[in-house]
Ligand binder design. Structure first.
Ligand SMILES: O=C(CO)COP(=O)(O)O
Length: 242
């Protein structure tokens, strides 16, 4: 069983045409797995990045087209060359009130279109302090387990992103990350199969930097990173190449 290390970037609501022009110069000739840019910049990025780079969107809706003002479909993402979509990010869960069930519905839809999904999960600080970390993560994942087939999991990467570590500079310790990643893998084994548990990549997100990525990478169940703020800097490549 080998899991290929996966490093994705999540630009969130950042970037501009000038930024992309500058970044593409510093990324020239280098490779990473996924760049998660705002919708409007995906076609532009598709034109400037290396062909073996994958584009990721940060959300999608659950219909191909229709009267859903302001929404973007998985079909449209494919149309502009997007391969991945980040779903269930904590900012979408908290700011835009996305329920576990809605995230599961989006995951099912995106996979049915042929998109690959970076499925985010993670607990709030108060949930961790109340000893509820695993219960929260299990609840978030269980909704998806119920919605998609065991075979679908080959197109899912699970991103464990403790909310208290996102954008705060307070990265999880390698032991904290490993503990939750191992528990997620055990959850997948129990609720789907040992094969899915062995093959699914579980990546960590939350204040990852070039400095802390090597030690996190050393944990046996950390299969990559989803990088926010640091993915907006040329040194993102140091995380990709670590
Ligand atoms: O939310 C994240 C990635 O999806 C993590 O963000 P930061 O790396 O900025 O903490």
């Amino acid at each position: 069983m080998t899991r290929t290390f996966f490093v994705g970037g999540n630009w969130k609501m950042n970037g501009s045409k000038d930024f992309i022009a500058d970044l593409s110069k510093s990324f020239d000739g280098q490779k990473t797995d996924g760049v998660g840019a705002p919708f409007v910049y995906l076609p532009l990025l598709a034109g400037v990045l290396r062909k073996d780079w994958s584009l990721a969107a940060q959300n999608c809706y659950v219909k191909d087209s229709g009267a859903y003002t302001g929404e973007i479909s998985g079909q449209m993402l494919l149309d502009v060359g997007t391969k991945w979509v980040i779903l269930g990010h904590s900012e979408r869960r908290s700011l835009f009130h996305e329920s576990d069930e809605f995230v599961a519905e989006k995951t099912k839809y995106a996979l049915s279109k042929g998109l690959k999904v970076i499925l985010c999960c993670g607990e709030l600080l108060e949930e961790r302090e109340a000893g509820q970390t695993q219960a929260v993560v299990d609840r978030q994942l269980l909704a998806v387990v119920k919605s998609i087939s065991p075979a679908d999991w080959k197109n899912v990467v699970v991103a464990y992103e403790p909310v208290w570590a996102i954008g705060t500079g307070k990265v999880a310790t390698p032991e904290q990350a490993q503990e939750v990643h191992a528990a997620i893998r055990a959850f997948l084994a129990k609720n789907i199969s040992q094969a899915v548990a062995d093959e699914t990549r579980i990546i960590y997100g939350g204040s990852v930097t070039p400095d802390n990525s090597p030690v996190l990478k050393g944990q046996p169940d950390v299969d990559g990173f989803l990088v926010g703020g640091a993915s907006l800097k040329p040194s993102f490549l140091d995380i990709c190449n670590a």
